[in-house]
Design a protein around this ligand. Sequence first.
Ligand code: UGA
Length: 429
Amino acid sequence: MSSIKSSNVAIVGAGYVGLCTAAGLASLGHRVTCYDILPEKIDGLNANVIPIFEEGLDERISQSVFEGNLKFHHDLDLAVANADFIFLCVPTPQNADGAADLTFVLNAAESVGLFAKAGATLVTKSTVPVGAAHRIAQALSRTDLHVASNPEFLREGTAMKDFYNPDRIVVGSDEISVSRRVAELYQLPDVPMVLTSPASAELIKYAANSFLAMKLSFVNELAAISELTGANIHDVTAGFGLDKRIGSMFMTAGPGWGGSCFPKDVRALLSISESIGAPSTLLEAALQSNEATFRRVVERVDRIVGPGLEGSSIGVLGLSFKAGTDDVRDSPALAIIERLIDRGASVKAFDPKARLGSSSSRVIQVGSVAEVFSGADLVLVLTEWPEFSEITPELLLPLMRRQNVFDTRGILTDAWRTKSHRFERIGSL
Ligand code: UGA
């Protein structure tokens, strides 16, 4: 694909970030070797079983494996031995106090230190607390390696598109030449590069996710105000988002924000701010506001169906935290479903991709949209899968016990308003 210099790259961690980064860099012509601590994951990848659903990822992986640019290895030593750049893409889960847990990152760095060749650069992609780069450098126990922080800004569902079309590339290192070499791996000369210190790069990542989460909390509060004042949130966000200083992207009101990143990163930045004696009241408020959004959805269901949800049957469309992914980690849909069940409702849910498995035995997961409507007192749309915008009321409403529909994502057509006994959306009457 490219005539630009190709490098040997190792990826440590074949999760969502690691696989997307591996597939992207390999497609640019770099020779990429991917390692994971779970041997079964590597076996699966070698048998072309991709462990996550991400648009375009499987094709990219197959193509790069076929071209010989992408390999998967059980052995860390083999994976990193020849690498010029070693990307750390391991999880940083949340501790009980909200802080990010660096155990996986530091263990991986320590192991990389045993096998990396002299002069290689360890690049941290995992989202890590400000100041982690120095701890990672210490864990390497080597003075002949470079360290850089290169946060990722890939959204689940559009990760491959985001990889090739980023708004910016951020690299933090104490050596500017190292930062430049890392940024050049992406072969995007026209994309703005922010080459900075490790601490700034680490903070940029938290700042981006936290700002977006705060923006959504604000939009969801405006939706509540709209409902009570007769305004329409779509017109309101269109109207104030067109101010270029504000921007009209990431302005869709919904059931609350979630996913594997926003809740964790907002809490981690809040924890950092508290630990250094500069507590962020805005981050605290954004989290509380999001909880209030979940509660408002539940209260509205109660108002439509109840009073009281005991014995009611609620059908739910969508389980993943947003469309385009099978990921249910910190999904607003699950947060809301749990609250409905706590109040005595029984919940049947359908999602085109997400599977709950045995961990969420309280929810009945069904295999079709029709089963969600069948016998329900209310159908609640919680994820904005495009296929839901194509369903029509004629055959589905007659299946319901009571014809109430509440669309928290604003994707059902207006036909539902005219046909349902009661039809409601977030952010308008
Ligand atoms: C987020 C960031 O957008 C990525 O830039 C970042 O790289 C990633 O986290 C990460 O740190 O790895 P992601 O978690 O995939 O990406 O999801 P988003 O598309 O940002 O959506 C987050 C939540 O906000 C979802 O619950 C979504 O439904 C909600 N949302 C988003 C809205 O309610 N309204 C919107 O207009 C946009």
